[in-house]
Structures are given as structure tokens and as C-alpha cells.
Design a protein around this ligand. Structure first.
Ligand code: WAQ
Ligand code: MG
Ligand code: MG
Ligand code: MG
Length: 255
């Protein structure tokens, strides 16, 4: 048995009541890590740079091992960009190289830059036309029930590449699950945390970070999932939200 632990926090009432999204997190862990994980998530909700949470939802659910799928962790590449304009230009090129149409890449970047407030989930966008596909306008699709298979090996693998922060650690897990979904072409993301300016494009087989993708101080962030035309949107949302997925970390030869 594994346990799905999910947290979402808002300020000014719950998300459903229109409160501002402050923080969210999701993990898939063994029973003996439950107390520590839940405590860490609470602390994180209460001490977040986006504001002071007055609503916190913490959900714990047992997940049968039989229902768990496995997929490989995406390799990471970092592209140094001087400012958000350069970052977005490079991100746009990466999206187009992965099969997103130029119109859809532009529209997807526009979806994030034009957001009036951050959603707690992601927008599904047609990779050809650039049109929004999901019906969850103010909520978005929240990817959940995923984690790395071996946390210690994962941290070591990241550290060896110089990646030590929790944003990267969580984003690579999320992107690896997202790219395992059938019909997924690419993902674009930048953080809603005001101090965190890096973002990424995930494509099948690669996680590409851009060091500047958002102006420092901005609280508007989000995610866009670019989806192949003809994909069954309901099955895709079910997979992203509900199917438990463990990410396999590469093991280096000779270590
Ligand atoms: N499912 C779907 N969308 C999500 C999820 C999720 N589980 N978690 C966050 N989002 C969306 C939501 O709209 C947030 O407002 C937005 O993404 C940003 O979330 O390589 O930290 O947790 O240096 O602030 C990327 C770069 C960091 C990491 C992303 O996102 C790197 C980050 P945050
Ligand atoms: Mg978060
Ligand atoms: Mg996060
Ligand atoms: Mg955030």
C-alpha cells in the first residue's frame, strides 16, 4: 500500500469560495513517512511567500500498489536566459521543435502571460489550434498521485547536476508524469512564487529549464499542457488527476 498525500491552501476563503491560491503539493509515499510529510506540507502552506493561508485542505488516501504505473524520469537541461523576453522566445522555439504549432505555442504563452490571477491547476490547450480544451476555467487540471520511486536516489541524482531546490525537485516529477500521458505533446510552466523566475518546457524525453521566464516579483504563474488534436479530454484528465504514477530515477553505471 502507498499513500497519496495532497495539500492545497488559499487565502480569503477556500478555492471554491474564490480565495487566492497560495500553495499546493502532492506526494505518493510509504505509511511510515505520513506524519513527517503531512507536517511539512502544513508548514509550507503556513509560511508561503504568496501570502497567509486561512484555508488548508490536506487529504490522505491509501492507494493499492496494483494500480500504480511507472515511467522514466525526464533528463534535465538548463538554458541560461538573460531576461523573461529571451526566456519566452527560447521556450517558444522549444515548443515548436517538439511539434506544437507556432500559433499554439504563441497562444499558450499568451494564456500564462494574460492570466489575471494564478489558477491552482493547469490549462489544456490544443497543440495545433492553441484553443483551451478543458472546462475547468478558474481551477485548471491539478496533476496528482505521483512521486519518485526512490527519494534518496532522486535527490542524489539532482545534486550531482547541481540542482538542489524543491521547485526543480517537484517540477521534474510532475512533468515526467504529464509527459507519460497519451496525447500529450509538451508542457510549459513558470512558478507563481514571486521570487522564483525560472521555468521550463517539457517535451517527450526532455525537461528544458530556462533561468529567466518570468519577471521577479510577479505572482502570476501557471502551466499549459499542449494536447494532440483528437485526444479524449476526459480520459486525459482522469489520468493526470487520478492515476498513481511512480517516476523511475536513472541509475548511473558504476555507482
Ligand atoms: N497540477 C497542475 N498544475 C499545477 C500543479 C499541479 N499539481 N501544481 C502547480 N500547478 C500550476 C498552478 O497553476 C500554479 O499556479 C503554477 O503551476 C505554478 O506552481 O526547473 O514552482 O508550484 O527551476 O509555483 C518550475 C521551474 C517551477 C523549476 C514551477 O510551480 C526549475 C513551480 P508552482
Ligand atoms: Mg506549489
Ligand atoms: Mg508546486
Ligand atoms: Mg507556487
Amino acid at each position: 500500500m502507498l499513500y497519496s498525500v495532497r495539500m492545497r491552501a488559499a487565502e480569503g476563503g477556500s478555492h471554491e469560495q474564490g480565495g487566492k491560491h497560495i500553495s499546493g503539493a502532492e506526494k505518493l509515499i510509504q505509511r511510515d513517512s505520513l506524519t513527517e510529510t503531512a507536517t511539512n506540507m502544513l508548514v509550507r502552506a503556513l509560511e508561503h511567500s504568496r501570502g497567509s493561508a486561512d484555508f488548508i485542505n490536506l487529504t490522505v488516501e491509501a492507494v493499492s500498489l496494483h494500480s500504480v504505473q511507472r515511467t522514466k524520469c525526464l533528463p534535465i537541461r538548463s538554458v541560461y536566459t538573460e531576461n523573461p523576453d529571451e526566456g519566452r522566445k527560447r521556450a517558444c522555439e522549444t515548443l515548436i521543435a517538439s511539434g506544437v504549432s507556432p500559433e499554439a505555442a504563441k497562444a499558450g504563452i499568451g494564456c500564462l502571460t494574460d492570466l489575471p490571477v494564478s489558477l491552482r491547476g493547469a490549462m489544456l490547450v490544443d497543440a495545433q489550434t492553441g484553443k483551451r480544451l478543458d472546462p475547468l476555467l478558474l481551477r485548471g487540471v491539478r496533476v496528482s498521485r505521483m512521486d519518485v520511486e526512490n527519494e534518496a536516489a532522486y535527490k542524489k541524482w539532482l545534486q550531482q547536476q547541481g540542482y538542489c531546490n524543491i521547485h526543480i525537485r517537484e517540477a521534474v516529477v510532475l512533468a515526467s508524469k504529464v509527459m507519460a500521458a497519451s496525447g500529450m505533446v509538451a508542457e510549459l510552466c513558470w512558478s507563481d512564487d514571486p521570487e522564483y523566475t525560472a521555468g521550463y518546457v517539457a517535451t517527450s524525453g526532455q525537461y528544458t529549464r530556462f533561468t529567466q521566464l518570468k519577471p521577479a516579483g510577479s505572482e502570476i504563474g501557471g502551466r499549459v499542457f499542449f494536447v494532440k488534436a483528437g485526444t479524449d479530454i476526459n480520459s486525459l484528465i482522469t489520468f493526470l488527476e487520478n492515476t498513481p504514477v511512480l517516476i523511475e530515477v536513472p541509475v548511473k553505471e558504476g555507482h
